[in-house]
Design a protein. Sequence first.
Length: 281
Amino acid sequence: MPFSAQPPASGEGYALSASLDNARHLSSLLRAVHFQDHATFLATASGLRVTVEDAKCIQANAFIQAEIFQEFSVQEESVMFRISLSVLLDCLTIFGTSSLPGTSTALRMCYRGYGYPLMLFLEEGGVVTVCKISTQEPDELLDFDFCSTKVVNKIILQSEGLREAFAELDMTSEVLQITMSPDKPYFRLSTFGNAGSAHLDYPRDSDLMEAFHCTQTQTNRYKISLLKPSTKALALSCKVSIRTDAQGFLSLQYMIRNEDGQICFVEYYCCPDENITEAEL
């Protein structure tokens, strides 16, 4: 770490310590799940998982693998705490969001354990800033019980295809209807807004379609208000995996490549709109 005022040595009395040469790698991923003020951090030997939830209907997870960090040390099997995401992002961008060409903000992050604050040591251009952010006991997280063995339909799209869809469809609609089928229309997005119904179809041999694995026809509706936060991750991503299980729960997994070419993932889980009856579909 290029710190002129070095923080304590790695792992010295800390349950979690990690360092990054460029704090922007972390802040951009955290922004992709920043639709509520608080987030739950879970650190294990494999990396960090940052979880944000709203209304027991939607959950977002940012996965930052240990390999992304220049140093990553967890002294326990797992370390978990709740923190204000808004405050954390303010601290990570304390030197501004756009550094001068060739400069970046270096970060060391330390956490002693339950009841202690999260400490950030940020350095840019020889200036070191130390931030202490209060942590809280984490709430119990939603368990969508969404595992690969329960997936009924799955497609992988280039993200530009979904970005174009959100730009073209009528977002005055309260719901987004998603149809996935082994037969035509294969993959269809529909809205029902002020201008009437709109449909966007993707054939299975579309240039934007990277994988198509649909075993049965499913049509589900999701509140657009719940899906809108995921567009932050969509904007950063290069590919998106869209999966549904038998109950219609939706998983949107975004693959994000940072400036150094490293891959991270942001995943959104969303429950279907229970107010829609089968007759309306």
